[in-house]
Design a protein around this ligand. Sequence first.
Ligand code: NDP
Length: 270
Amino acid sequence: MDQYCVVGNPIEHSLSPFIQNHFAKSTNQNLMYSKHLVELDKFKETIQDLFSNGFLGCNVTVPFKEQAYAMCHKLTERAKQAQSVNTLKYEDGIIFGDNTDGAGLVKDLTVGKNIVLKDKTILVIGAGGAAKGIIGSLLMQGPKKVIITNRTISKAVSLANHFQHLGNVCYAEIDCIAHGVDVVINATSSSLKGELPPLDTSLINESVVVYDLMYSAKPTVFVQFASELGAVAYDGLGMLIEQAAESFNFWRRIEPSTDGLIETIRSSLN
Ligand code: NDP
């Protein structure tokens, strides 16, 4: 049976084995997908061991995406843009790397939620690994503008410079953004701590779509905050599922159906 896995630290609560084994079953692929806790200083040798023991690919999660990027022989264009890799594939002694986070987010927004990004003004809050993974894919949708803001503004400046060649992207201090935004994406980890980025409440209203990359059984603090201000607000569970489907396709060249998975997984979260 072909072997795949997710690697990270921590890894215990990863939903990837459930999602990938579901895809395997629904597409009649004879594969087994497991999870592996990797010691913080042993990423490269663990991956080499897995591949020499017959594994054909893996998903990579926190905090190893940059190390995964560094060890690839061949990268997809979107992995090069993100400078990080969440999907590794091993074929004929070559390590291929992809980053499916941005495509996963865009698929969930545009197909899952029917949201048009073309000609829209998109605000991305956060400039960490997740922001880096999504901005290229957002720009490929032809928005009017992507504005990046971050608590540490120098990181937003670097990201805006990094993605300049892909479209209209700029940075702004969070307290200088007061109106005219169509889509707000929270790519910070603030919701993990139950905190909110200091966003002007006048930015969010019933005509704004809000998306928090974090997900949980109950609405995240950011989703709750935006819903109370009248916005349509979503969490990142759909993105998680769609980025997994993109990884599956990268390995098996089959697009699995994601229909109904959000509801199935949401009901199993606690
Ligand atoms: P990083 O640690 O790389 O970056 C964290 C970011 O959050 C930084 O921009 C940081 O700002 C900002 N931040 C942290 N705390 C606060 C706060 N209290 N107020 C304002 N800003 C804050 O994390 P990632 O980018 O990897 O992950 C971000 C989120 O995205 C996580 O919640 C993660 O779970 C989620 N995610 C979801 C995915 C999905 O499939 N749904 C996929 C990948 C990530 P500063 O630079 O100033 O420190």
